[in-house]
Design a protein around this ligand. Sequence first.
Ligand code: HEM
Length: 478
Amino acid sequence: MRDNARRYGDLIGPPATRTGEPGQARKGAAVVRDVGAGVLAGEVATQSLRACFVFRALLCSSVHFVLYSLFDRYACRYSIATLVVIRKTRHTKRITNNEQRSAPTAKRTNNEIFPMPKNVKPVYYGDYLQLDKLLDAQSPHSKMYGPEAHDEMLFIIVHQVYELWFKQVLHELRAIHTEFSQDQLDDSALQVVAHRLRRILAIQDLMNDQVGVIETMTPQEFLEFRDYLVPASGFQSIQFKELEIRLGLTRNTRIAFDQQSFYNRLNDEHRAYLEALEQQPNLFDRVDAWLARMPFLQFEDFSFWDVYQQAVKNALDRDEEIIRQNASDDTQLATELDSLQANRDNFSALFDNERYESLQENNQVRLSQRAMLSALFITQYREEPAFHLAHQVITSLAEMDEKLTIWRYKHAMMVQRMLGTKIGTGGSSGHDYLRRTTEQNRVFKDFFAMATYLLPKSALPELPSSVRQALGFYFRHD
Ligand code: HEM
């Protein structure tokens, strides 16, 4: 079992080195404030919010943004000194403009600049990239049994390239986890999260396109070497399973076949690694907690949610009027009124604790009620400055879920092309199993389901100016 279990990794090269083992937490960068917890803390935090936005507007938007755009466009480099100066300027201004805020725990506490040391050892391209190892890691198995099957090389290289991208995606995800694991998430941390998520999305686009490369192999060409691979299987891609678990796929949300099946195909070391990872908070949990602690559900004596419920009622009453006026016969009227009632029920569940809990119990929704309401508020009023980054993060998480679903779907289609209805080398029903995972294994579905509760801009209640001021940034001459 143990030998068999190793074969997927053996086929595609040496096991990847994982740098962030479960439980390992990088010490976070300075925590200045949390968009959520900060505002909750009252006046002190309100000041923080303003100061932060003023500096973001003045510094990020001008110097930093312009330099960043240049960097992005022309791939030219900031000098390290410039970067340090910009970071220091932002950092120092934040503190002086908010004396009530406790000083962040940054390592660099004075104005010293730490120039990057010069490299003392000349670097040779191939050594740096360890190309000897990398290019020596393709060993087609067909040649152990006869003439080498030409397409096995492609099969190995495509898998290896995917594993490298999985490695990079996990590298980004671990960093995102670290940011989210802090009690407070300030807007610079949120900026880092949004930036890393964008990179993951770019990699996912590439991974989705890459399916076309393996599809240049015909089913007959695949059959030339397929039997030599048994029982290695994509089930044994530890990095892919880690990715699923880190995102928030739990054992009981997997389809029944998968709850134990892939674990049974792993060696002891890999199984223990993934089982330990399952015990750690995943990204979904972190995002839920972050949204749930945001203070946007009540602003002093203004309850947005009371006003919102009234707006929902008005919009649905208007819809009912239109249905009654336009229905061509009683059957159509009854059908349309039924679906309107379903819509009313959906909305009322959002504000009713018990009904919301029953939605969660039936797996119709996974986010906590508070998190869902915050996500909804952010999405409805995404033009408010305090929501820009949070909205970017929510959108990117939804996009990541979508792109992963597309990958699953393309992979399932490719498998059907190669195997028809043959079972997989890992013992699953092949195409049928993979097709079912496309829907079942989605993690951030709630961000899509949220669209159910959105109102058009014209039907949204106006926020009082005090609330808008709390959510905005503005320049003040002191
Ligand atoms: C000829 C090409 C391919 C075929 C026929 C194929 C077939 C399959 C089958 C049948 C499964 C289901 C598990 C099983 O019973 O073995 C599977 C799972 C998987 N394959 Fe592939 N695959 C191919 C290419 C790839 C490539 C290029 C990757 C990239 C890394 C990949 C990654 C995976 C992963 C990660 C799983 C686990 C998916 C899950 O459990 O949701 N496969 N593959």
